[in-house]
Design a protein around this ligand. Structure first.
Ligand code: HEM
Length: 526
């Protein structure tokens, strides 16, 4: 037996295998490098910051501290935005390209499209809480839900919510009076946030969680915690990967928080459904001495009631479908309005001449009376509405929105490759001097009808625009006017911070890092 030749052939076979495997591996690596190179070349055709790590992307933008993100984005937009003929610019956030639509024309191309309706990966961090409700879903699910939910925001239905706005605003004014009795200088942001939380709990779920009175409510605390966990993850690139996040200390905290949030909404939904069933049987049995009018006039309708009605006994919406929509309203409907009210207070309190005009309007509508605002009063508060809109221009509650392009998309001659995201930074867009001369000045009159009508409809998009615009826009403006009018009918406001001193955090909402300090002078003797 020739041992040597057998050994030689096995050595030959193993070297052949090593050679083959190595060749395959090298080929795969070369193909991956070429693919990556070509992809980056495609992306880099769009004007933007240089790629600082070849074949990787942008190293410098990964570890930006949260308080620098807004400045950095602004810088990027200022340097490249005005130079890009298409209005599209690009940045590398680590290995990921990010495109931004910087002009009203480019924003229109994105937001008016019926194809660019899928939210970007940053929204995935909302899924554990909201699943895929109206804000986070896409395709036919989103279309069906949008159609189903639109009637819930009808003017007539919103009218029912005015008394909730008034009741909670009254509690806010009382809380502020108590605080002012100790110290007239205070940070108004937390007061407003608790008020808007109470408003959304009552209007979305029909439950009064008394956030303003009992700050230790487990549900209220969980809403805060979850928002913080989401934004913590969004700005930390290394936590984007699920397995990395699950290894972090935030994972058990998130699970616990979700247990409280979902537990609460599930319970409220069950109770509310039971109330609906009870009511139906009461109506079916008039002998119980309960008339339909008496039952319906006593109860307050919440969005949840409408969802239960739309669900048609679970055939159109299941219990978990209802929960994702209620959770979405809870998430989208309180921080946004609280930021808008607080920024409005800050700007009105920094401009005595504006406050004077607001006061004149309030006097005209309410006179000396303490009566609560009606829907008609709120519609009369036109100048106050301009103040709110101008505050949303300078400090849009949602400063960035992002979509994923599911197919290659050409905007103004520039191509955004399929699978990448395109964002709109309204904080920057709203400062375009072409549409807003002296953009840094707070001038509510810009929103008087005669000025607003002349502007490009996509030059101002605090509520987004097009098919995926904010469904709660009308609700939000009414709520803001109700709360602001209550504060301003009771207090003279003086802002204590200067605009340039305020540090902005672009989190889930645009937040002043250290709150908003104001001096409140009660208008009437208490
Ligand atoms: C000042 C207050 C508010 C502002 C500035 C605001 C802003 C926005 C923006 C910019 C979007 C688009 C988000 C995106 O495309 O990623 C949006 C969507 C949405 N908003 Fe609002 N929002 C406010 C209040 C509310 C309220 C009070 C509710 C509900 C009660 C609400 C419910 C929603 C929902 C459900 C969506 C998703 C709509 C869809 O995709 O079809 N928002 N909002």
């Amino acid at each position: 037996m020739d041992v040597t030749s057998g050994g030689e052939s096995s050595v030959w076979i193993s070297s052949f295998s090593v050679y083959t495997v190595t060749t395959i591996l090298v080929t795969l690596v070369v193909l991956a490098v070429v693919k990556r190179y070509n992809f980056m070349q495609r992306c880099n055709k769009v004007l933007g910051s240089p790629t600082d790590i070849p074949l990787f992307g942008g190293g410098s933008l990964i570890f930006v501290p949260p308080e620098e993100i807004m400045n950095l984005l602004l810088l990027l937009h200022v340097v490249f935005g005005r130079l890009s003929p298409s209005g599209i610019i690009r940045a590398w956030i680590g290995p990921l390209p990010m495109f931004f639509a910087t002009t009203a024309e480019a924003v229109e191309a994105v937001l008016s499209s019926n194809k660019i309706i899928t939210k970007s990966r940053e929204y995935d961090f909302l899924h554990p809480w909201l699943n895929t409700g109206l804000l986070t879903s896409t395709g036919s699910k989103w279309q069906t839900r949008r159609k189903l939910l639109t009637p819930a925001f009808h003017f007539k239905i919103l009218e029912d919510f005015v008394h909730v706005f008034n009741e909670q605003s009254l509690i806010l004014v009382n809380k502020l009076n108590q605080a002012v009795a100790k110290d007239k200088d205070l940070n108004i942001f937390p007061f407003v946030t608790l008020c808007t939380l109470d408003i959304i709990c009552e209007t979305a779920m029909g439950r009064n969680v008394e956030a303003q009175s009992k700050t230790d409510s487990a549900y209220v605390q969980a809403v805060y915690n979850m928002s913080q966990l989401i934004q913590h993850r969004q700005v930390r690139f290394y936590l984007w990967l699920d397995w990395m996040f699950k290894l972090s200390s935030h994972w058990p905290e998130q699970r616990k928080t979700l247990g409280i949030l979902h537990g609460f909404t599930n319970k409220v939904i069950q109770e509310r459904k039971a109330e609906h069933q009870q009511r139906s049987s009461d109506i079916a049995e008039p002998s119980k001495d309960v008339t339909e009018d008496a039952v319906f006039s006593k109860r307050r309708l919440a969005f949840l009631d409408l969802l239960i009605e739309f669900s048609q006994g679970g055939t159109v919406l299941s219990a978990s479908d209802i929960r994702e929509e209620v959770d979405t309203f809870m998430f989208e409907g309180h921080d946004t309005t609280s930021a808008a009210i607080t920024w409005s207070i800050f700007l009105i309190g920094s401009h005595p001449e504006v406050q004077e005009m607001v006061n004149e309007e309030l006097d005209r509508v309410f006179g000396d009376s303490d009566r609560p605002a009606t829907m008609a009063d709120l519609s009369e508060l036109k100048y106050l509405e301009c103040c709110v809109k101008e505050a949303l221009r300078l400090y849009p509650s949602v400063p960035i929105i992002s979509r994923t392009c599911v197919e290659d998309t050409v905007i103004g001659g520039d191509e955004i490759p399929a699978g990448t995201s395109v964002s709109i930074c309204s904080y920057y867009l709203h400062r375009d001097p072409k549409y807003f001369p002296d953009p840094e000045l707070y001038q509510p009159k810009r929103f008087l009808a005669e000025h607003a009508e002349r502007r490009h409809p996509y030059s101002y998009v605090p509520f987004s625009a097009g098919p995926r615009n904010c469904i709660g826009q009308r609700f939000a403006l009414m709520e803001e006017k109700a709360v602001l009018s209550a504060i301003l009918r009771n207090f003279h406001v003086q802002s204590l911070d200067k605009r340039e001193e305020i540090i902005l955090l672009a989190e889930l909402i645009l937040r002043p890092r250290d709150g908003i300090r104001v001096r409140l002078e009660p208008k009437k003797k208490q």
